[in-house]
Design a protein around this ligand. Structure first.
Ligand code: MN
Length: 207
C-alpha cells in the first residue's frame, strides 16, 4: 500500500487570521506531500532490498521510514485537530477527562503550551492517551518520530516546526501557540479520546 496526501476539509484560507493561507498551502501541498513521497520511497527501497538481498542501507531506510511516515501521520492528525469554527472550551467527557488528569483546562493549556514551546529543535506538542495507565499525558515529540512512548495514542498535536509558523509569527512562538487555541477542533479531540478509551487503539481516525 502506498500513502497519499489527504484532502483538507477546509480551504487554505479558512484558518485565517490564526494561520495564513500561504502557510497552509506550503505546509499541506509541499511539506506534507514531501513526507508522503518520502514514506513511499522508503517502502519501495525496502522492497527492492528484499528482492536483491542487499541490505547495506537498511539502517538509513528504517530511519527514513520512521521520519517520513511519522511526518505523514502527524500532519494527517494535525489537520483534523484544527477547524475554522474551533476554539472555545472542550465539553462533555473530554472536559471531564482534562479536569481529571490535568486538574483544570487552564492547567492543561499551560502545561501543553510550555511543553510545545520548550521543544529543543523541531517537533510537536502532543496530548496522548496512555493505554497502560489509562490516562491522558502530554508528550514532546522530537522531529517527526522521537521521544514518545510506544503505543500511546495521539489525540491533539501542535506542529512546532518553524515551517508551521515562521511566515506568520517569525520567532514569536508564544503568539502562534496562543492563536492555535482559537482553532482547536475539540470535537475531533473528543472523538479520538472516545476511540482510544474504547480500545479502538488501532484507529488514528485519519482516513
Ligand atoms: Mn509540519
Amino acid at each position: 500500500m502506498s500513502y497519499s496526501l489527504p484532502e483538507l476539509s477546509y480551504d487554505y484560507s479558512a484558518l485565517e487570521p490564526h494561520i495564513s493561507a500561504r502557510i497552509m498551502e506550503l505546509h499541506h501541498s509541499k511539506h506534507h506531500q514531501a513526507y508522503v513521497t518520502g514514506a513511499n520511497g522508503a517502502l519501495e527501497a525496502m522492497a527492492e532490498a528484499r528482492e536483491t538481498g542487499a541490505f547495506a542501507n537498511i539502517n538509513r531506510l528504517e530511519k527514513d521510514l520512521a521520519f517520513h511516515l511519522g511526518g505523514h501521520i502527524n500532519h494527517s492528525i494535525f489537520w483534523t485537530n484544527l477547524h475554522p469554527d474551533g476554539g472555545g472550551a472542550p465539553e462533555g467527557e473530554l472536559a471531564a477527562a482534562i479536569d481529571e488528569f490535568f486538574g483544570s483546562i487552564d492547567g492543561f493549556k499551560a502545561h501543553f503550551t510550555a511543553a510545545s514551546m520548550g521543544i529543543q529543535g523541531s517537533g510537536w506538542g502532543v496530548l496522548s492517551w496512555d493505554p497502560i495507565g489509562k490516562q491522558m499525558i502530554i508528550q514532546q515529540l522530537f522531529d517527526q518520530q522521537g521521544n514518545t512512548a510506544q503505543g500511546t495514542i495521539p489525540l491533539l498535536q501542535l506542529d512546532m516546526w518553524e515551517h508551521a509558523f515562521y511566515l506568520d509569527y517569525v520567532n514569536v512562538k508564544a503568539d502562534y501557540v496562543a492563536a492555535f487555541w482559537n482553532i482547536v477542533n475539540w470535537e475531533n479531540v473528543a472523538a479520538r479520546l472516545e476511540a482510544a478509551r474504547s480500545g479502538a487503539s488501532a484507529s488514528l481516525l485519519i482516513s
